[in-house]
Design a protein around this ligand. Structure first.
Ligand code: 5GP
Length: 114
């Protein structure tokens, strides 16, 4: 799989505002935030799109979700709520082909999202 800018952030080759890290997951603020809190949680092992996930990735995906929810609980907004989004390919709005979870918080979200 070709390198993406998220691989470079993980390797600290380009800067990012990192807010969370464990052995498997990195969390850093989105450069173009869509809410007062907008953090991207990415697995350190790259997978290009949600379509490329296999059964073998189930634990990794679970770790990404748990990293986000764990971090949310430390930030004081978890009770009020938040939104998580994972975009897939063109119609999903995916622009970086290394799967990632968007955690959005700090304002009321609308539904349907549009
Ligand atoms: P996608 O559209 O693939 O679901 O999300 C990619 C996200 O990466 C976008 O929300 C975009 O703002 C963010 N992004 C793109 N380039 C950079 C960057 O260099 N640094 C950071 N922190 N976020 C980026």
């Amino acid at each position: 799989m070709p390198d993406t800018l998220f691989d470079k952030i993980i390797r600290r080759e380009i800067p990012a505002d990192i807010v969370y890290e464990d052995d498997d997951v990195l969390g850093f603020r989105d450069i173009n935030p869509q809410a007062p809190v907008h953090v991207l949680f990415v697995p350190k092992t790259p997978v290009a799109t949600l379509n490329d996930l296999t059964e073998a990735d189930a634990l990794l995906v679970g770790k990404v979700v748990l990293a986000a929810t764990r971090w949310a609980k430390t930030q004081g907004f978890a009770e009020n709520g938040y939104r998580v989004v994972m975009n897939c390919n063109r119609d999903g709005g995916q622009t970086v082909f290394h799967i990632h979870l968007h955690l959005l918080a700090g304002r009321a979200m609308h539904w349907p999202p549009g």
